[in-house]
Ligand binder design. Sequence first.
Ligand code: GRF
Length: 210
Amino acid sequence: MAHVRVAVLVSGTGSILDAMLAEEVPVAVVLADRPCGAVEIASAAGVPVEIIDRRAFGGFGEGFDRAGFTGRVTEVLGAHDVNLVAMAGFGTVLARALFDAFPGRVLNTHPALLPAFPGWHAVEEALAAGVTVTGCTVHLATLETDAGPVLAQEEVPVLAGDTVETLHERIKQVERRLYPATVKTMIDALEGAVPGSVDAPSRVDTEACR
Ligand code: GRF
């Protein structure tokens, strides 16, 4: 029976990756778009790491070659026989080729109750808006950022005196529980649906990504 092989995509401290490893999510590879703390966590756990540095694709400005970068990411995930992709604090918006290669198989966790506060500054914006409750959302990632179907959500209260840092850390405490649990539920569903039917994409069309 083929098993689900998960890739975790990271850019930051990797505390959610750490929680996934602690919960024994079958992480086949950790892919980073820059050197970051998450890479150290993966290495310490003996998980294969791939760093596809954005700086080799034009960096963070207008010259960023998003299609080329996505093509390389898609190619590398294919080489690791990945069949489920979990973004965990990944700082690059990926192009269509990734979603075509892994249809319905790309997950993300977002530190707000989507559709409220999509985008990079969800915690800041929730705090600035004065909401009393925010939270986190695990969802299927689609081409449109932070707009895919919601798989799980949990509320987190905003407390008097919260800063972006304190609120984000409290949200992340929930994400560290909710995201691994949701990923494991998805894995169970994929492996149980039709035994032996979970395969890596038979062919990753990297030419289409360029
Ligand atoms: C999480 O809050 C996630 O929702 C956001 O980035 C954070 C990742 O944290 N996109 P870490 O790097 O896993 O500690």
